[in-house]
Design a protein around this ligand. Structure first.
Ligand SMILES: CC(C)(COP(=O)(O)OP(=O)(O)OC[C@H]1O[C@@H](n2cnc3c(N)ncnc32)[C@H](O)[C@@H]1OP(=O)(O)O)[C@@H](O)C(=O)NCCC(=O)NCCS
Length: 418
C-alpha cells in the first residue's frame, strides 16, 4: 500500500482505497459529484468547479479503479479569537448512491485527519446539508445565522441617524481590492470567517449568478465613504410582478459604525420597485435588530447553525486562541475518532498565555469534542451545555469559569458558504 493511501473493506466485502485524487481525475470527480448532488455541471459552471477543485486538497475513495467517494478541502485561514488558524474547509463531500452506508465517508474523513496532522491544520470546517451527519465525526455547530426580512414598502424606521456621507455603486471587479481592508478588520473582531483572496471574493462572494435563485440579478456593490469605505453591502435584486413585491437580497453588509450600517440598510430599503429586503445570513447580534424602531418591520424569519467546526488537534486549537479571563481547569474530552484528543487535560489559560497538558488529576468538566468545538469560537456557552445535559460539571462553577475565559465580544459568524 502506498504511504498516502489507506485501505478498508467495504461492508459488502469489497476493497476500498482512500487516497489523494490527482488533477487528472478531476473530470471524473465532477461527474461523480453531479450524480450525487443531482446537478448537471456544464460549460462555465463545470469550469468554475474544476478551478475550485484544483485549488483544494482532494481525496477519493476508490473501489478497484472506480471513484465511489470524494472529499475536497479548501485551504482556509479561519479567524479564531485573537488570530487565525489553518483550517480544512470541506466541500464536495459525496458518496456514489450504490456505495452508501459502507463506511466510505468515514474512511475519507480518517484520511483527512491524517492529512490535517501532516500539514499542521488544527481545524476542519464545513456547511452541512444535513445536520444529522457530522456530529458523530466530532463537528459542532460553531456559528449561527439569522435571516432578517425588512418590510420596505414604507421607509425604514430606525432609532439611529444614518451617516449622511454619499453612497456610491462600484463595479464588482473593483470590489475585492476596495472592500478587503474593511472585511479584514471585521475578521479581527469576529471569529468564524475565512480570510479571502481575490479569487475567493470573485467566486464565492461575487459570482455573476446566484447559484440558488436564477431570478436574481447580478451582484451590486454599494459603498459608503470616500476613499477607504466605512461600510459596504453586496446585494442582488429581482423585480416584482402582480403576485409579489420586488426583492432586495442582501448577501453581505459590513460597517465600521452604527450610523454607517443605518445608512446602508436605509438605502437597501429604499430601492424603487422593491418592497422586501431579505438578508439571509446575518449574525445573531446584528445591531440592526436593536436600531430598528419597529420590530414588526424588521423581523428575524429564521435562525440556523452555519459553520460546523472540528478541532482536529485540540491542543493546537486551544493554545492558539486568545482568552478573555484566566482559567485553570481539567477537561475530560471525549473523542471517539482522534485518539490524541481523548482524555484528561489541564487547561491553564490567561489573556496572554495558554497551556494544555495531559493530566491524571480529576476532571472539572467532561464534554464531547463536538461540544468543545461548538464553544471554541465563543458561540455556545458551556453552562448551556451543562443545562442541556451534554456536558458534566464535576467542580462548582467550572462551566462558568470556562465560559468567562472563552467569552468573545462579538458572536462568531460567517456567511462565506463553501
Ligand atoms: C452523506 C454521505 C456523504 C454519507 O456517506 P456514507 O459513505 O454513506 O457514510 P458512512 O457509510 O461512512 O456512514 C457513516 C455514519 O453516518 C451515518 N450517516 C451517513 N449519512 C447519513 C444521513 N444522511 N443521515 C443519517 N445518518 C447518516 C451512517 O448511518 C453511519 O453511521 P454509523 O457509523 O453509526 O453506522 C452520503 O450519503 C452522500 O453522499 N449523500 C449525498 C450528498 C451529501 O449529502 N453530502 C453531504 C454534503 S455536506
Amino acid at each position: 500500500m502506498n504511504a498516502s493511501s489507506t485501505q478498508s473493506h467495504g461492508r459488502a466485502g469489497t476493497s476500498l482505497r482512500f487516497r489523494e485524487l490527482p488533477p487528472s481525475h478531476i473530470d471524473r470527480a465532477l461527474d461523480h459529484a453531479a450524480l450525487v448532488f443531482h446537478e448537471s455541471y456544464e460549460d462555465e459552471l463545470r469550469e468554475r468547479h474544476r478551478r475550485a477543485l484544483l485549488r483544494c486538497d482532494r481525496f477519493g475513495a476508490y473501489e478497484d479503479d472506480h471513484l465511489v467517494g470524494l472529499l475536497a478541502a479548501h485551504r482556509l485561514s479561519l479567524s479564531v479569537p485573537g488570530g487565525r488558524l489553518p483550517c480544512a474547509g470541506l466541500t464536495f463531500v459525496s458518496v456514489t448512491p450504490t456505495h452508501r452506508r459502507r463506511g466510505v465517508l468515514s474512511g475519507l474523513l480518517e484520511r483527512l485527519w491524517r492529512h490535517c496532522a501532516a500539514s499542521d491544520r488544527p481545524l476542519a470546517a464545513l456547511w452541512a446539508s444535513e445536520t444529522t451527519i457530522y456530529g458523530r465525526y466530532g463537528f459542532g455547530a460553531a456559528t449561527a445565522l439569522s435571516s432578517i426580512e425588512i418590510d420596505s414598502r414604507r421607509p425604514l424606521a430606525l432609532r439611529v441617524t444614518p451617516d449622511p456621507r454619499p453612497l456610491r455603486l462600484v463595479a464588482p471587479a473593483e470590489a475585492p481590492a476596495l472592500l478587503a481592508p474593511l472585511h479584514e478588520s471585521g475578521l479581527a473582531r469576529r471569529a468564524g470567517s475565512p480570510a479571502r483572496d481575490p479569487h475567493w471574493w470573485r467566486t464565492q462572494i461575487l459570482p455573476e449568478e446566484d447559484e440558488d435563485d436564477d431570478e436574481l440579478g447580478p451582484p451590486r456593490v454599494i459603498v459608503l465613504g470616500d476613499g477607504a469605505p466605512a461600510g459596504y453591502a453586496v446585494y442582488r435584486t429581482r423585480g416584482g410582478d402582480d403576485d409579489r413585491t420586488g426583492l432586495v437580497q442582501v448577501d453581505e453588509l459590513e460597517a465600521d459604525a452604527a450610523p454607517v450600517a443605518a445608512a446602508l440598510w436605509s438605502y437597501l430599503a429604499s430601492i424603487d420597485l422593491t418592497g422586501t429586503v431579505r438578508a439571509w445570513g446575518r449574525p445573531a447580534d446584528d445591531p440592526l435588530l436593536l436600531m430598528a424602531a419597529d420590530r414588526d418591520q424588521v423581523r428575524v424569519t429564521a435562525q440556523s447553525p452555519a459553520l460546523w467546526l472540528r478541532l482536529v488537534d485540540v491542543r493546537a486549537a486551544l493554545t492558539a486562541r486568545s482568552w478573555a479571563a484566566s482559567a485553570d481547569l481539567v477537561l475530560d474530552v471525549r473523542d471517539a475518532r482522534i485518539a490524541a484528543n481523548h482524555g484528561r487535560f489541564r487547561l491553564v489559560a490567561s489573556p496572554g498565555r495558554c497551556t494544555y497538558e495531559a493530566t491524571a488529576d480529576p476532571a472539572d468538566l467532561t464534554l464531547d469534542v463536538r461540544d468543545l468545538a461548538a464553544c471554541y469560537l465563543g458561540g455556545t456557552p458551556v453552562t448551556q451545555l451543562v443545562r442541556a445535559g451534554l456536558a458534566a460539571e464535576h467542580a462548582p462553577d467550572a462551566a462558568a469559569a470556562f465560559d468567562a475565559a472563552l467569552r468573545t465580544e462579538y458572536l462568531p459568524f460567517t456567511s462565506d458558504e463553501f
